[in-house]
Design a protein around this ligand. Structure first.
Ligand code: C2E
Ligand code: MG
Ligand code: MG
Ligand code: MG
Length: 281
């Protein structure tokens, strides 16, 4: 009896694995055509200075406009793109789109805020990354002052010495730098001091229960204090409620990003936000 059950489980397992492999292959193939057919679009999430309510940045978040499935979110295709290396081409397209948008908004006379672009681990390890990004910015008519790059904490800690060198090169070009998902990796504080970044982004997982979990509250407030000591600004991600906002403001958090202010917006809606909420007014 047990033997039969074991065999059935085994058969089911291999069948599921087979289906998963087929699904993955299907994603790979449609990603390849998405790259060729320019199916990626960027949405932009406002980053707000809470004290003044002023818009100070926009994070570019990629979406895949799939002809069959509609809008596909990054968590369901970035990992496959990472594994296969297609992320390099997707990342290039994303950066180019962000640069074109920044240049267009400047042409239109809109207030200048940095557009933050997420980098993947593979992109960070491309030896010619700074040159490549410089070439794209030049081609699009964008300046480094319009751009910020986000790298995750775990990505930078994988090869800290190499990361410090590349980040240093990007920073000296005038590009802004932020460490994303901060608190979820294993930063050595001695390396953190050496990373030439302007901002730390507190991960959403700490913000979520900030009002009820004393550990999360302690991590968030300690991160803010430490970042300020190191001369860096702090962005809190995933802020949804007034109570979360109040806690973060009370502890000196510089910039807020989350549904409390706005979900990620289409380029047109982001432009409206830019018109109404940026600048000195
Ligand atoms: P991330 O860079 O940490 O981006 C923040 C994510 O949190 C976004 O999800 C955003 O929509 C979501 N978010 C923001 N505020 C809130 C909130 O108040 N509540 C909740 N529940 N969620 C909030 P999204 O757009 O699905 O992106 C997920 C991840 O995919 C990003 O996390 C980033 O790691 C990756 N990603 C997005 N665009 C790119 C890209 O162009 N290149 C690369 N390499 N990765 C990207
Ligand atoms: Mg990010
Ligand atoms: Mg994040
Ligand atoms: Mg994330």
């Amino acid at each position: 009896h047990a033997k039969a059950a074991g065999r059935n489980t085994y058969q089911m397992f291999t069948k599921e694995m087979h289906t998963a492999a087929r699904q993955r292959l299907a994603i790979e193939n449609s990603l390849r055509s998405a790259i060729a057919n320019d199916e990626f679009v960027l949405h932009y999430q406002p980053q707000v200075e809470p004290v003044s309510g002023r818009l100070v940045g926009l994070e570019a978040l990629v979406r895949w406009q799939n002809p069959e499935d509609g809008l596909v979110f990054p968590d369901s295709f970035i990992p496959v793109a990472e594994e296969t290396g297609m992320i390099l081409e997707i990342g290039r397209q994303v950066f180019e789109k962000a640069c074109r948008q920044a240049a267009r908004w400047r042409e239109a006379g809109l207030p200048l805020v940095r557009i933050a672009v997420n980098l993947s681990a593979r992109q960070l390890r491309q030896p010619d990354l700074p040159d490549m990004l410089a070439a794209i910015m030049k081609e699009c008519g964008a300046d480094p002052e319009m751009i910020e790059l986000e790298v995750t904490e775990s990505m930078t800690m994988e090869r800290p010495v190499e990361s410090i060198r590349i980040l240093g090169a990007l920073k000296s070009m005038g590009i802004g730098l932020a460490i994303d998902d901060f608190g979820t990796g294993y930063s050595s504080l001695s390396y953190l001091k050496l990373f030439p970044v302007d901002k730390l982004k507190i991960d959403r997982s700490f913000v979520k229960d900030i009002e009820v979990d004393p550990d999360d509250a302690a991590i968030a407030s300690a991160t803010i204090a430490m970042a300020h000591t190191l001369g860096k600004k702090v962005v809190a991600e995933g802020v949804e409620t007034q109570t979360q906002l109040d806690f973060l403001v009370q502890h000196g958090c510089d910039i807020i990003q989350g549904y409390f202010y706005s979900k990620p917006l289409s380029a047109e809606d982001a432009e409206q936000y830019l018109v109404q909420r940026a600048g000195n007014g």
